[in-house]
Design a protein around this ligand. Structure first.
Ligand code: WT7
Length: 649
């Protein structure tokens, strides 16, 4: 973390309080009630969570114990049984919500579908029968590789219904990345589409799956949604069209009850070493965490139309498109495509067209909107909006102010929500009817969350001092382990400061107790709100026949937060060229996906290393950023490597 960021944010003294109108209608608008509830949540967490779980969730069998905590392994709501899809769907049937829109979908070409809770229930029930007929049931893994279309939501809920564990793979990932994920979790079924629309073009999803499953012995069946009508190859006996499988299956399905700790999904995310981590979330605690946070943080009301622009392939899509929102009986809006298709006002047009009341998006998108210009925004009214949210990376105060003024018209509170794939639910966030907002700060911990900023010995640092962000108490939606690698789970999260959860983020708490997240302190980059491990990019590069060694670092970027710079040394006999740069970019695209394609490639005769041979990324970062080399270089094995790198560009 850089001191520069710390000083620049500490100059931010503006405070924005919720308006009297907002406060009056808020799900939580009284400071006294908030203080009481927060105090209970951290002082008597079992009482707090036990009551919430009983009130918020539909149980088939009540739990007997709130928490069984053998650090770092938690079991929440021990002895209880429920079904997550029943909690998202069946519970709303037979109520006034039955014919309410569960989702409103708009495809990139402009096609619109509205699906009520009852209809969504039909679809999910049918799919659950299809799964069971295929022999897919409790504990089986199902990979979902779909565009942002209603079928993605249906597929997730149908897995939950039969107790299968889904792993959603973002549509931007390549065949290689799909293969690795499927093999890691040994998925039996894959659900995909012929294609998805993105910037007016078809992304050929089925073709990527075909390539991936050449190398995945466990996959028996592929269900294919027809979305774009592009030609695909269907393999007899393995591939079936969704529509055909679905025809004739019954509309009702008796959901089985599963243990509170039954695994719900695995979601792969980048870590600082080697392969992606399969973050495992389980049923009751995850559902409670996402449901309760969605209710309070988004101040959900029955007539809200909620739009989260995150893809279903990321945790935000899991928690705050699907589970947290449907469990609350909300109406979610799904958009398939790019925000600048056909023009840069697509979001604002859709907000007006569908009367969206809550928008939850990422700073990288906000910065792109700013760059595209106010005129696109000013074409539309945006009067339906009442609340805005931000997630994925720190939001710079200028972008916050623009979002507040230009999109929210100074009427809408902004909830800047800090959390992670691992935390499952929002951890640090304003409550919109309570918290005075400071642009750029995630403000205060949510219910049940105790966050601290500590030094390298795990000791809490004084206010206004940077350090590592840790969470000291287990929480219901926490990850339970890493799929197939509990050692790595313990090492990555619970050993930095023994017994407490280490987030991997740097942070500072100001004199008012507000948290300011500074960014990752491990070897993980945050590019356009997506976590990308430097190690994965490096190993992709090294797998290219011309590359001897590679190091990936981030460089501050106005639009993307960080841009990806890679330093590459070539094998002897290989000559640097622009053509080779392009080849390497495409190679990374093929190995991981286009989201990981480097922005800049620099060829280097050598990389700066310590005497023990460890690449000194700190120095490369400084070179990439064009700054002077600060700090200690005495451990460098050969300083001339650095000197020549500095001359080169
Ligand atoms: C990392 C988690 C959580 C959903 C999206 C990303 C960064 C996330 C914020 C925020 C500052 C943030 C952190 C975190 N981050 N939200 N509001 N302010 N930083 O999930 O891919 O698991 O990444 O994103 O660095 O550790 P993820």
């Amino acid at each position: 973390m850089t001191d520069q960021t710390i000083t620049s944010v500490s100059r931010e003294h503006r405070k924005f309080r919720p308006s009297a109108e907002f406060k009056a209608q808020a799900n939580l608008g009284s400071e006294a009630a908030y203080k009481k509830l927060y105090a209970e949540s951290v002082n008597s967490p079992e009482k707090f969570w036990g009551r919430q779980a009983t009130e918020q969730l539909v149980w088939r069998k009540p739990f007997t114990k709130v928490l069984d905590w053998k650090s770092p392994h938690a079991k929440w709501f021990v002895g209880g049984k429920l079904n997550v899809s029943e909690n998202c769907l069946d519970r709303h049937l037979g109520t006034y919500r039955e014919n309410k829109a569960a989702l409103i979908f708009e495809g990139e070409p402009g096609d619109v579908r509205t699906i009520t809770y009852k209809q969504l229930h039909f679809h999910v029930c049918r799919l659950a029968h299809i799964f069971e007929n295929m022999g897919v049931g409790a504990g089986d893994r199902v990979a979902i590789y779909l565009p942002m279309i209603p079928e993605a939501v249906m597929a997730m809920l149908a897995c939950a219904r039969v107790g299968a564990i889904h792993t959603v793979i973002f549509g931007g990932f390549s065949a290689e990345a799909i293969k690795d994920r499927i093999n890691d979790c040994k998925a039996k079924l894959v659900i995909t589409a012929d294609g998805g629309w993105r910037r007016g073009k078809v992304i050929e999803l089925k073709a990527n799956v075909d390539k991936a499953i050449e190398g995945t012995p466990t996959v028996q069946t592929v269900i294919v949604v027809k979305r774009c009508g592009n030609p695909v190859t269907m393999v007899e006996g393995r591939d079936v069209w969704w529509r055909e499988a679905w025809e004739g299956a019954p509309n009702t399905h008796k959901a089985k009850a599963f243990d509170s700790e039954h695994p719900l999904f695995i979601l792969y995310t980048s870590g600082s070493t080697g392969k992606p981590k399969g973050v495992l979330h389980t049923s009751a605690g995850y559902l409670l965490g996402t449901k309760l946070s969605a209710h309070y943080v988004f101040d959900l009301k029955e007539n809200d139309r909620y739009f989260c622009s995150a893809d279903i392939g990321w945790i935000t899509g899991h928690s705050y498109v699907v589970y947290g929102l449907l469990a609350n009986g909300a109406t979610i809006f799904l958009y398939e495509g790019a925000p600048n298709q056909p023009e840069a006002d697509r979001f604002w047009q859709m907000i007006d067209r569908h009367g969206i009341t809550i928008l939850y998006t990422a700073p990288t998108a906000i910065r792109a909107f700013m760059r595209w210009g106010d005129n696109y925004v000013l074409r539309h009214h945006l009067t339906s909006l009442r609340l805005l949210g931000s997630v994925g990376e720190p939001i710079n105060p200028e972008a916050w102010m623009w979002y507040y003024n230009m999109i929210g018209k100074k009427r809408c509170p902004i909830v800047d929500t800090w959390w992670q794939t691992e935390t499952g639910a929002i951890m640090i966030t304003p409550l919109p009817g309570i918290t005075p907002l400071k642009p750029g700060s995630g403000t205060w911990p949510f219910f049940g969350v105790v966050a601290k900023v500590v030094d390298e010995h795990g000791k809490e640092v004084p206010r206004n001092t940077g350090g590592k962000l840790v969470l000291t108490k287990p929480w219901p939606s926490m990850l339970r382990t890493l799929w197939g690698d509990d050692d790595r789970y313990q090492k990555a999260y619970w050993s930095e400061v023994p017994g407490v959860y280490f987030t991997g983020d740097g942070a500072r708490q100001d004199k008012d107790g507000y948290f300011w997240i500074v960014g990752r302190i491990d070897d993980v980059l945050n590019i356009s709100g997506h976590r990308i491990g430097t190690a994965e990019i490096e190993s992709a590069l090294v797998s290219h026949p011309s590359v001897a060694e590679a190091a990936a670092v981030g460089r501050p970027d106005e639009l993307k937060g960080q841009s990806l710079v890679v330093f590459v040394t070539l094998k002897s006999g290989q000559t640097p060229s622009d053509e080779l740069k392009e080849q390497l970019r495409n190679h990374v695209g093929k190995e991981i996906g286009s989201l990981a394609k480097p922005d800049h490639i620099r060829f280097a005769a050598g990389l700066p290393k310590t005497r023990s041979g460890k690449i000194m990324r700190r120095i490369l970062k400084e070179i990439a950023g064009g700054g002077a080399i600060k700090g200690d270089t005495t451990t460098l094995e050969d300083f001339s490597v650095v000197a020549s790198l500095q001359q080169e560009e």
